[in-house]
Design a protein. Structure first.
Length: 236
C-alpha cells in the first residue's frame, strides 16, 4: 500500500528533517514494506535517501527559466526529487490551476520519468447533483492525462472532505474507487480528512490502495500508526 503525507504549508525545514527521520526509524523498527511518501513544503525539500520517498507538492513545467516564484526540474534535481503531486484540489480551486495547465505539467514531468501522484476530486455542489454528474466531473479532470503511464498513482480526494473532518461513507469510498478503477489500473489512494482513527477502515475499503493524508499526518506518530495499519492489513 501507498501511505503518503502531504505536509502542505506546514513544518519548518528543521521539523521536516526530524519528521522524515522519525518515519525512517519507524519503518526500520517495524520492518515495513509499505510505499511511504512525504511531500514537504518547498522550502523544506532536502536531499533525502531512505525508505521514505520525498516528493514535491508542486513545480512548474520547466527545467528552469523566468517564472518568478516557481521552482522547476533543475531545483528538484538538486534534492534528488523524482516524485511530484499534480492536480491537487487546492492548486485547482485556491490557486486557479486550469486542467490545461495541469495536463501540461503532467506531460512535462512524465517525460522526465517522474512518479506522479495525480489528484482528482469533486466539490460538494457537484457531489450533490448525483453520481453520474460527479463521475462526468471526475472524467473531465482526466483530460490530457495518460492514465496508462507506468509511473502514475491517482489520489481521489473529494474537495468537500479536504480539511473538513468529513469523509464519504466507507461504502461510498469503495463504490467510487471501484468506478475510478475502471478507468485506470494505477494505484488509487483516498484522501480527504483521513485521521488515525479512520485510516484502518478506509484502507480496508475495496479499490483503496492507500491514503494521501494532510492534517491527520502532521503528527508523525499518527502518520506512523497509519503505516502500521497498512502493514497489519498486508500481514492478515
Ligand atoms: O489534501 C489532502 C491531502 O493531499 C487531505 O487533507 P486533509 O487530510 O487535511 O483533509
Amino acid at each position: 500500500m501507498v501511505i503518503a503525507s502531504n505536509l502542505k504549508t506546514n513544518l519548518t525545514r528543521e521539523k521536516t528533517i526530524s519528521y522524515l527521520m522519525d518515519v525512517e526509524n519507524f519503518l526500520d523498527e517495524i520492518k515495513s514494506n509499505q510505499d511511504v511518501y512525504v511531500f514537504p513544503a518547498q522550502s523544506s525539500l532536502n536531499p533525502h535517501h531512505g525508505k521514505v520517498t520525498q516528493g514535491a507538492q508542486n513545480a512548474y513545467a520547466t527545467k528552469n527559466g523566468a517564472f518568478t516564484g516557481e521552482i522547476g526540474l533543475e531545483q528538484l534535481e538538486e534534492f534528488d526529487v523524482k516524485t511530484i503531486l499534480i492536480g491537487h484540489s487546492e492548486r485547482r480551486h485556491i490557486l486557479g490551476e486550469t486542467q490545461e495547465a495541469i495536463a501540461q505539467k503532467f506531460n512535462f514531468y512524465k517525460t522526465q520519468g517522474f512518479k506522479i501522484v495525480y489528484c482528482v476530486g469533486e466539490p460538494l455542489e457537484v457531489r450533490e447533483e448525483g453520481e453520474d454528474v460527479m463521475m462526468k466531473y471526475l472524467e473531465l479532470q482526466y483530460e490530457g492525462i495518460d492514465l496508462d503511464y507506468e509511473n502514475l498513482i491517482i489520489a481521489y480526494e473529494p474537495v468537500w472532505a479536504i480539511g473538513t473532518g468529513k469523509t464519504p461513507t466507507l461504502e461510498d469510498i469503495s463504490k467510487i474507487h471501484l468506478k475510478l478503477k475502471e478507468k485506470s489500473s494505477a494505484p488509487l489512494l483516498y484522501g480527504g480528512s483521513v485521521k488515525v482513527d479512520t485510516a484502518l477502515d478506509i484502507l480496508k475499503c475495496d479499490g483503496v490502495d492507500g491514503v494521501l493524508v494532510g492534517s491527520g499526518a502532521l503528527k508523525v506518530e499518527n502518520f506512523c500508526k497509519m503505516i502500521q495499519f497498512a502493514d497489519e492489513l498486508k500481514n492478515n
